[in-house]
Design a protein around this ligand. Structure first.
Ligand SMILES: *Cc1c(COP(=O)(O)O)cnc(C)c1O
Length: 411
């Protein structure tokens, strides 16, 4: 006996939800080879990259093959040409001023939201919503911040903020002070979001309690309503208390291309054991320059093309396409008497199961009776029990067909 593992890994929940979904779907398909299964469970886009993005990608790949234009290692923080477009197009129009060294280009919001906890001490208390995007929880479990899992399915050392129909998916401020708060808005999995006024309460809370908000805005492009913020920095005072994560995955179809960014304003500080302040921008810069070597040049050129007028036009069309699917799902579910949430500022629709059915029973019912696959809400946390997630990431034809089949069922 010599090499020891990081035993925190043993605390992770083993049965990953999507593996179990696949197992059930494969088994059903084997028994019913003729069933035309429609998948509305996966959180992955289906529309291709915009033309302008592909052209920029293509051009920059050719540059890499020419001695005169070849690019080696780039800046770990990302190229200025992309950072400047981001600031100019994503933040300036919202009245948010950022300097170029406050934006860090990366290959994933998944990695950024998982890695950010590294710059914080292990003694910090973290708070997550329930249901939750599993990355926030699991990355803290691996680091050793969670303690063991309780029979309720929640970790002992993590503070959970339930989001259910009862509180209109608006998490309540924690009773006891917490240090780090993960908020994903518009939310995955519920598709719901907070208004400016509701988010302001969290910024105020963070100021009053010396907390920091880790704000995942991966779905900001789906915001359609005026009173819903696209960035947490729209809220006064947020720059002192919030880090924001963005991604080109869900707006521009980069899930297979990989590009994202984190905003770490210079105003945010945290404390050492002696009570001395340290700015998080420097810590994150140190972390990234040590452990990350930047996103490839062609990918950053491709991401830059997202901001061209042609790129924007296609992206807006794609988002409108998904939101139209979402609206069809919403209406169809409402027509058969189910309660639905989300799907207005989000590609996700969160359905309350009929007759208080549990999430997996509803999953099996839809699979068997309608050959439609969704995601059981309980897979995102105990408060997701009794809910079901459907996504708008599919063709219009498949979405309509799936809804026709479900509409014929009686619950
Ligand atoms: C899809 C998604 C992301 C984006 O992840 P990438 O790694 O950039 O593809 C981030 N957060 C949430 C909640 C998501 O659903």
């Amino acid at each position: 006996m010599s090499v020891k593992i990081n035993e925190n890994y043993l605390l992770l929940k083993s049965n990953y939800i999507f593996a179990e979904i696949n197992r059930r779907v494969e088994e059903f398909q084997k028994e019913n080879p003729n069933a035309q299964i429609i998948k509305m469970g996966i959180g992955d886009v289906t529309r291709p990259l915009p033309r302008a993005v592909v052209e920029a990608f293509d051009k920059s790949v050719l540059e890499m093959g020419d001695a005169d234009t070849f690019m080696g290692y780039g800046p770990e923080q990302g190229y200025k040409f992309l950072i400047e477009e981001i600031i100019k197009n994503d933040f300036k129009p919202l009245g948010i001023e950022l300097s170029s060294d406050e934006v860090f280009i990366s290959d994933a919001a998944k990695c950024d939201t998982a890695n950010i906890q590294e710059i914080f001490g292990l003694e910090n208390v973290i708070a997550v919503t329930d249901p939750v995007y599993p990355v926030y929880v699991d990355s803290n479990v691996m680091a050793g911040r969670s303690g063991p899992m309780q029979p309720s399915g929640r970790y002992e050392g993590i503070v959970y903020l339930p989001c259910t129909a009862e509180n209109n998916f608006t998490p309540e401020l924690p009773e006891n002070p917490v240090d780090l708060i993960y908020l994903c808005l518009p939310n995955n999995p519920t598709g719901t979001t907070l208004t400016r006024e509701e988010l302001s309460k969290w910024v105020k809370y963070a100021h009053e309690n010396n907390s920091i908000i880790l704000f995942d805005a991966a779905y900001e492009a789906y915001v359609t309503e005026n009173n819903i913020p696209r960035s947490i920095y729209e809220i006064e005072g947020a720059k002192e208390v919030a880090i924001e994560f963005r991604s080109f995955s869900k707006n521009a179809g980069f899930t297979g291309t990989r590009c994202a960014f984190a905003v770490v304003p210079k105003e945010i500080v945290a404390y050492d054991a002696d009570g001395k302040t340290h700015d998080l921008n420097s810590l994150w810069n140190r972390r990234q320059t040590t452990k990350f070597n930047g996103v490839s040049y062609p990918v950053q050129r491709a991401a830059m093309a997202v901001y061209t007028p042609e790129g924007q036009k296609e992206i807006q069309e794609n988002i409108a396409y998904y939101l139209n699917n979402a609206s069809i799902v919403r209406k169809s579910m409402e027509n058969i008497g189910l309660k639905v949430y989300g799907g207005i500022n989000s590609p996700y629709i969160w359905v309350k199961t009929p007759e208080n059915m549990d999430s997996w029973t509803f999953f099996d019912l839809l699979l068997k009776e309608a050959n439609v696959v969704g995601t059981p809400g309980v897979g995102f946390g105990p408060s997701g029990e009794g809910y079901f997630r459907l996504t708008a990431f599919n063709t219009l034809e498949n979405t309509e067909e799936a809804m026709n089949r479900i509409t014929k069922l009686s619950f």
